[in-house]
Design a protein around this ligand. Sequence first.
Ligand code: ZN
Ligand code: ZN
Length: 353
Amino acid sequence: MMNAIVMTGPGEYGLQKVPVPRPRKGEVLVKIRAVAICGSDPKVFDGSYMGIGWPPHFPFIPGHEFAGKVVELGEGVTKFSVGDRVAGEAHCGCGECINCMEGRYNLCLNYGKPETGHRHYGFTYQGAYAEYNTYNVKALTKIPDNVTYEEASLADTAGTALQAIKLTGIAPCGYTLVIGPGPIGIFAMQIAKAIGSRTIMVGRRERLELAGRLGADYLINYEQCKDVVSRVREIAGGLGVHQAFECAGSDSAMQQCVLAARKNGKVALVALPATDLHMLPVKTMVMNQIHVIGSRANPSCTRDVLEMMSAGAINARDMITHTFPLQDFETAMQTFVRRIDGAMKVVVCPNND
Ligand SMILES: [Zn+2]
Ligand SMILES: [Zn+2]
């Protein structure tokens, strides 16, 4: 048996003893060492996403930003050995549909059908807020020796930023705007800077300050700036930015990204809004030929972000403000949700050996 945070209904969850799962063909059993709380987790726990099937049933164990150690191999596994340190990602495609075949397993056409092999760990399939979980080897990547489990648990977040960066086709030099200095926004800024772009971060308070400490070239506090778009365009030589990342999820941030982009600029929408009802400045999009791209999750990004952490090109360590044992899960969740003591990434450690 093992300890796990088990949801028994919307808003109802707690520590329980449940059986340790057994690895099936193509899977390994992972002893979970670190799970980062994601911005989506509070909404999974309170039932806000039940309309889209997250979770699909009760009891259910959420948690998807994890790292741990392989402790048992299922039938046919050759990619990993017992003892390997691995980081995970939430999406595991069926491997057979056209999107999976083309590498876009975040958009698997068999989404939510476990009988096809599809998994969305922590959303439609058992997740990582537990001492152990089984994973298909496709969802796991070895961690470089100089990256800790806690840092590696941020690979899912950093990968989500990298995927948005890839979709904009970001090139060296130029100006990158990020609105929303949450974990994904700060990683997008760090990756853009690592590639060689000048970075402008829009936000406020401690999170904007953290973005500055982690290397943002220009900070704009929107509470003190009358006209964010003009200020961004001014910084970017009057022409606007080459690419903009919307990581705040608000109408005003979406509009500012489009209005601050230069002609033929790219805008990636990264935050997941609650509904389709948002206003974009369509005339400007047409006249300035602005490319607006939706970006979901992090296909084929985990290895690269772990390498960037290992090389020191991005800093995950300073994004982690708090760590808690699994037994203190509720304190960890409240610290994250209420941003107590400037909480940014809060990491839960189910096994502290
Ligand atoms: Zn996440
Ligand atoms: Zn598929």
